[in-house]
Design a protein around this ligand. Sequence first.
Ligand SMILES: NC(=O)c1ccc[n+]([C@@H]2O[C@H](COP(=O)([O-])OP(=O)(O)OC[C@H]3O[C@@H](n4cnc5c(N)ncnc54)[C@H](O)[C@@H]3O)[C@@H](O)[C@H]2O)c1
Ligand SMILES: O=c1ccn([C@@H]2O[C@H](COP(=O)(O)OP(=O)(O)O[C@H]3O[C@H](CO)[C@@H](O)[C@H](O)[C@H]3O)[C@@H](O)[C@H]2O)c(=O)[nH]1
Length: 343
Amino acid sequence: MHVLVTGGAGYIGSHTCLHLLQSGMDVTVIDNFCNSSPEALNRVQALSGRSLHAVQGDVRDAALLDQVFQRGQAIDAVIHFAGLKAVGESVAEPTRYYDNNVAGSLSVIQAMDRASVSTLIFSSTATVYGDPSSEDLPLRETAPCGFTLSPYATSKWMVERCLADLQLAQPHWRIACLRYFNPVGAHHSGRIGENPRGIPNNLVPYISQVALGMREKVSVYGNDYATPDGTGVRDYIHVMDLAEGHGATLEYLGKQPQGTLLTLNLGTGQGASVLDVINTFSAACGRPIPFQVVARRPGDVPVLCADATLANQLLNWQATRSLSQMCHDSWHWQTHNPQGYDT
Ligand SMILES: NC(=O)c1ccc[n+]([C@@H]2O[C@H](COP(=O)([O-])OP(=O)(O)OC[C@H]3O[C@@H](n4cnc5c(N)ncnc54)[C@H](O)[C@@H]3O)[C@@H](O)[C@H]2O)c1
Ligand SMILES: O=c1ccn([C@@H]2O[C@H](COP(=O)(O)OP(=O)(O)O[C@H]3O[C@H](CO)[C@@H](O)[C@H](O)[C@H]3O)[C@@H](O)[C@H]2O)c(=O)[nH]1
């Protein structure tokens, strides 16, 4: 099987490319490196002992996509990771987010159509659930969606809706929208991992930099939520579990008849609070993690936690790595690559 991975040099993309190569699949990547480094792909190839074909470019470049689809061995499926993901940034720059995430996805879908490739995995997000009511937790895929709290979340929901309409109009497609919860951790080798530019937005990369002494303390955004310890609860999932979930989805889609549209939560089903994560990380790295409680971050919700039963059943897949493993692997990556791929 030959898979085109858009955004394959990014955090989730690089781990998924490694898993696909190790599973014997052929991989082509298109990435404009706006939030990643070609070095990630060098390391993926070194770790797997196999090569992939990398194309530098933007998924909104229709002519380039046509070239990629026409070149060499036929592409069987696309995993579309390319997109922008910073929730706060999307509030400040909505048109950039809609352009990259919505127009970029349309460009990929239309190029697939021209090339008669109709198997697609789309990177969606738990943020499509907005601020769920407590009776909807843990979240099943049927929980209300679309009351989104940021342009980022809306952009992902718009693409999910577009794919549902496409599937109705052209029932030969096989599509999976995967709603990721909170991916953290890194490959156990410490060779690939998350590579935030500037000040990290996300909790675990920030804690990692505090543990390493690069930043003074973690700001805990609010301790007055209706959660057991008052801090926000999320469903953290190891990035390698997520990568394996993509492999399992490709396998599942390959066995389905034409006309499949699948929407799945990829999470562990276990919620962890901000303080749980700080304490678990501190145990993993053997250092105290200084923190200070500050005001809530606008747009944050109290709890996002998956019911991943459907993915477990359909894909014969389950997230197996613990929060402790996630923190351990993030720390391993951070200590070996304090400046990310720029080291
Ligand atoms: N990391 C998360 O917490 C999370 C959670 C839910 C969903 N997602 C989604 O999963 C996908 C991958 O996330 P990630 O964490 O690996 O992000 P990432 O930023 O590390 O990776 C995205 C990759 O896409 C590339 N890219 C962006 N726009 C592009 C374009 N127009 N053309 C070509 N390449 C482009 C970037 O250079 C980067 O390599 C994204 O779509 C993101 O929205 C991420
Ligand atoms: O410095 C920090 C950073 C975060 N948090 C808290 O930690 C939790 C997790 O925050 P973060 O790591 O920023 O993740 P989310 O805001 O949950 O969003 C992530 O997870 C979503 C899926 O659930 C993705 O779609 C988003 O792209 C991704 O940023 C939240 O309660 C935050 O309030 C802090 O207290 N301090």
